[in-house]
Ligand binder design. Structure first.
Ligand code: KG4
Ligand code: ZN
Length: 398
């Protein structure tokens, strides 16, 4: 089955096509036929975060060129014509997108695709709508079923896949119960799965998401958006200075940040306190030296990693977890990856955490096409008349 995936939940526009067959436990495999992402980082850097109105406009500009790229990449673009009647009524609010889509469809024959999967939440509702309406327009033009996808399920399923060989990717071997640590710009969640595609959120952040904290701390340090990679770069430099590349090097300026809720008797998180502590430190140490910035980055990364790992380890112990997985943009963080793997090893568990390839840790449409495939197997199609963006969409319990 060929699935076209569309992702617009935040500031990455993504389009992807996969060809998948089989099912969980029944020889599942897939080929990535095309995958393209347009990052809006340059646009949002000047605002220090995602600026929704700009993001909506950028998605509108990006989607048709991305579609063209993946259709070409996958060899599915054929010269011809797709009738465009009715599309203007679907894209009433997306005039820039409509202006590109009509001429594109007029030169493009119907591709050999079976269904269209689109993120309908969680995320920023105005940007989710752009992707949904684009998917609706294509589904209408090509008479294809529409599959609504939960963005977080996309992150989880992607981490479960062995995508080193895109020509034939498959599921990694793992056992349930599975624990997923989902860490991104919008989410910090611990999710327990007793079985395939069943999810129970056992803990989540009470205020800022960890990626948001990385971004806000970076901003306080005068670093560009997105802050995660920047903080990570400075922290790595600070560790290298003391020759402790992968170890927990302590800040040598005596900087100490809190580890909020690390000992609390639940799986929830809180990151706004660390950010506030960084703000105070920054205010008290003006002008901030380069060395001070590095040391704050190091201590912040250590604090975030320690809290995430402590809660994960507690859940592993309490729920007899057999497999641990990390997903979401912050799972690209090398320190968090290596420390989590080391802690699990020290604990004596036989499993290594399942991690996404670094280039697929942040938002992309490949994960949406994948989740869409498994939802299509369950015949969970959307009625184009009633599909809605849901910024707070939760993972389904079953
Ligand atoms: O999953 P994602 O692409 O988008 C959301 O769904 O939010 O995650 C984006 C977040 C940003 O906050 C970014 O700063 C963070 O992931 N991030 C990182 C790293 N790379 C991206 N955080 C820490 N270390 C990184 N290397
Ligand atoms: Zn994400």
């Amino acid at each position: 089955m060929r699935i076209l995936g569309i992702e617009t939940s935040a500031d990455e526009s993504g389009v992807s096509i996969i060809d998948a067959s089989g099912d969980f436990g029944r020889d599942f495999s897939f080929t990535t036929l095309g995958n393209a992402v347009a990052s809006q980082i340059a646009t949002h850097t000047k605002y220090g975060g995602i600026f929704p109105t700009m993001a909506v406009r950028e998605h509108q500009k990006n989607l048709v060129p991305l579609l063209e790229t993946v259709l070409n990449e996958s060899g599915l673009f054929g010269a011809g014509t797709t009738p465009t009647s009715g599309i203007d009524a679907i894209l009433t609010r997306e005039s820039e997108l409509l202006a590109q889509l009509v001429p594109f469809l007029e030169k493009c024959a119907q591709p050999n695709i079976d269904a269209i999967a689109v993120t309908h939440g969680p995320g920023l509702e105005p940007t989710l709508w752009v992707g949904i309406n684009f998917a609706k327009a294509l589904a209408h033009a090509w008479q294809l079923p529409l599959i609504p996808v939960n963005h977080m399920e996309g992150h989880i399923l992607l981490s479960m896949m062995d995508v080193r060989r895109p020509s034939l990717a498959m599921l990694k071997s793992f056992k349930f119960p599975l624990l997923s640590l989902l860490i991104s710009g919008g989410h910090t969640e611990l999710v327990r799965s007793r079985e395939w595609m069943q999810y129970e959120i056992i803990g989540q952040t009470r205020d800022d998401a960890v990626g948001e904290a990385f971004d806000k701390v970076a901003r306080l340090l005068g670093l560009p958006y997105p802050g995660g990679p920047e903080i990570s770069r400075l922290a790595t430099e600070a560790r290298a200075q003391v020759g402790l590349c992968h170890k927990v090097a302590k800040s040598d300026l005596g900087i100490l940040l809190p580890r909020p809720m690390i000992d609390s008797d639940n799986y929830d998180f809180s990151f706004s306190g660390i950010k506030t502590a960084v703000r105070r430190l920054v205010e008290a140490n003006q002008p901030l030296s380069e060395e001070m910035k590095k040391q704050i980055a190091l201590e912040f990364e250590n604090a975030a990693a320690e809290v995430l790992i402590a809660k994960t380890m507690r859940a592993i112990e309490e729920f007899g977890v057999e497999t641990v997985l990390i997903g979401g943009g912050v799972s690209a963080n090398t320190h968090i990856r290596t420390q989590l793997a080391q802690t699990i090893k020290d604990y004596g568990a036989s499993t290594k955490p399942l991690i996404p390839p670094a280039n697929l840790a942040t938002d992309n449409a490949l994960m949406i096409a994948l989740a869409g495939y498994f939802r299509a197997l369950k015949r969970e199609f959307a009625d184009p008349e009633t599909i809605r963006a849901n910024g707070n969409l939760k993972l389904a319990q079953n």
